[in-house]
Ligand binder design. Structure first.
Ligand code: KG4
Length: 336
């Protein structure tokens, strides 16, 4: 039983949640995506400034929704990393100020643990579990043999899958963030373009998305130079098949090798309709597939509060000298 106030500000969403005895009483998200869209990606300096402007408003709204405030809480939780350094900093300073002013423990939370634990809003996690973490900043397979135990068994060697979607979208003239528009065009297209599959035949669980992005960029430039039409729907379908295929391939092999009871999807790219469909097709039998509801695929503080509930039981509290870590690895989440 716990009363948690959680803050998330790792990228372009300022978010505050209040979770009381497992009940989500407030879940406030202020997205900056409309501001960053005109730059074709997140501008870190602008993002930090907007967090600083928005955090107070989000806190106030969370207090209104929950009819509670920081003084009523058992702990203040905050995303400490990974993410953009200036953005993380704003959330951490707000959390520290509240913890200091109201004499509450401070709980540092790993952003990707948040994405994984968002699935607890769907149902109970069952171990051993394979988490397929696919977002704008990260792409990794995380094995959990028990609660709060994270082992990275595969990760991207270069770009994250969401980053690849956003860059490919830009080349195709689609708006930022590119995941949803590409997904929508792909639903109307056929796989007609030949796009090489990165790391084909590799038996480990690593990913590579930089080469995939370059293949699409080169293909688009070659077609343009030859004056050929680019069939947008078909291009999106061909790209999406390769991008999501890599994830499904790794997830299926890992689920089999590690005999997991559950596979959970996590992160922004888990909103992808083909990824959801393909995973449902291949993960079956005794292995349960958990897909997060769309509302918690994007960044939010409810997921941070969920992890913090568990960390509160373990009393994993940080001193007020805590600093952010933009490159914090999930298997080091106890080190701060
Ligand atoms: O989890 P998230 O907010 O990023 C990080 O926390 O790093 O995810 C954002 C990413 C963006 O790159 C966006 O293009 C992608 O998720 N995305 C999608 C879809 N919806 C969002 N990618 C593929 N298909 C989608 N439907």
């Amino acid at each position: 039983m716990s009363k948690i106030l959680a803050i998330e500000s790792s990228c372009d969403e300022t978010a505050v949640a209040v979770l009381v005895d497992g009940k989500l009483l407030a879940n406030v998200i202020s997205s900056q995506v409309d501001v960053h869209r005109k730059y074709g990606g997140v501008m870190p300096e602008i993002a930090s400034r907007l967090h600083a402007e928005n955090i107070g408003v989000c806190l106030k709204e969370a207090y209104n929704q929950s009819h509670l405030s920081a003084k009523d809480m058992d702990a203040i939780a905050v995303t400490r990393g990974p993410g953009l350094i200036g953005c993380l900093h704003v959330g951490l300073q707000a959390a520290k100020a509240l913890a200091f002013a109201h004499h509450k423990p401070l709980i540092p939370v790993h952003h990707l643990a948040g994405h994984i634990y968002a699935n607890e809003y769907v149902g109970q996690l069952k171990f051993p579990l394979l988490a397929v973490v696919v977002s704008g900043g990260n792409t990794e397979l995380v094995l959990m043999d028990k609660p709060l135990s994270f082992q990275i068994i595969g990760e991207t060697k270069d770009d994250a899958v969401g980053e690849c979607y956003d860059k490919v979208a830009r080349v195709l003239g689609l708006p930022y963030p590119g995941g949803l528009p590409i997904d929508q065009h792909a639903q109307k297209g056929k796989h007609t373009y030949d796009i090489p599959v990165p790391l084909k035949g590799h038996r480990d669980y690593d990913f590579s998305y930089s080469g995939l992005k370059t293949s699409v960029v080169n293909l688009v430039h070659n077609l343009t130079q030859k004056g050929e039409e680019i069939r947008l729907d078909d291009m999106c379908r061909s790209f999406q098949d390769v991008a999501t295929g890599m994830i499904v391939d790794r997830a299926l092999r890992a689920a089999e090798e590690y005999h997991v009871k559950q596979v959970v999807l996590a992160g922004g790219v888990s909103a992808n309709s083909d990824l959801r469909k393909k995973m449902q097709e291949v993960i079956k039998g005794d292995v349960e597939l958990v897909i997060p509801p769309l509302w918690c695929t994007t960044d939010n503080a409810a997921m941070i509060a969920k992890v913090a509930e568990h960390l509160y039981e373990e009393k994993l509290f940080a001193p007020l000298s805590l600093a952010v870590d933009p490159n914090w690895k999930i298997d080091h989440y106890r080190e701060f």
